[in-house]
Ligand binder design. Sequence first.
Ligand code: ADP
Ligand code: MG
Length: 239
Amino acid sequence: MLHVEGLTKSYKTGESVLPILKGVSLTVEKGEFVAIMGPSGSGKSTFMNMLGCLDRPDSGTYTLDGIEVSKLTDRQLAQVRNQKIGFVFQSFNLLARSTALHNVELPMMYAGVGRAERRKRALEALGRVGLAERVHHKPTQLSGGQRQRVAIARALVNRPSILLADEPTGNLDSRSGTEIMAMFQELHSQGVTIILVTHEPDIARHAERIVTFKDGVIIRDERVENRLTAVPSDEVITT
Ligand code: ADP
Ligand code: MG
């Protein structure tokens, strides 16, 4: 469902050109749950930004759901980003002045979904992440774990082909982190394809496959033998 081949990316700083991705190839099948690990600066976020169509590689190909992303215009790329990809960030990236409900409705506004349908689907998505009682709260009125759950609801609301998460537990305490991993595992069991970046081995072991980056290349790609199962707290209802 997702296939990248020979992806490269460099950043220019002043006179010098710094190669960050040096030919990355990866195939992820529908329904897989993959964790990406690797030291800080190894190119994980740069790679995720390519997968999320937030940025373009210098060379290489990227196919998502049969679409050759590398050949799209900027306008088409924005459409793929909005309709096929859900992205969750370490820092949540929610609109601070808007309610949870409005934050989750936003991607559907861009996708042209009508008002009533938007409302219905946003409420459904917030229910799915256990926040039915918090839909009119603003981010500042929510805990870190709850904010990240709003972000996950927002990422899922356009029914994307793939859910991408870059260090989604990086700003959370370990209890909230576990809660978020319980949520990802639940979504995975419902068939959602997930690629998640983390530098914590215990977080990565919730996935079924671990891909390791170093200096802009993949140095390891392995199945997880003893997968960890995150147990959701009482507050989170994941049905
Ligand atoms: P990771 O997520 O694995 O920590 P990143 O992909 O964020 O690594 O960054 C890899 C390298 O690319 C880092 O050395 C970083 O400083 C550099 N880098 C990232 N984004 C930019 C940018 N927009 N301009 C210049 N350098 C960048
Ligand atoms: Mg990063």
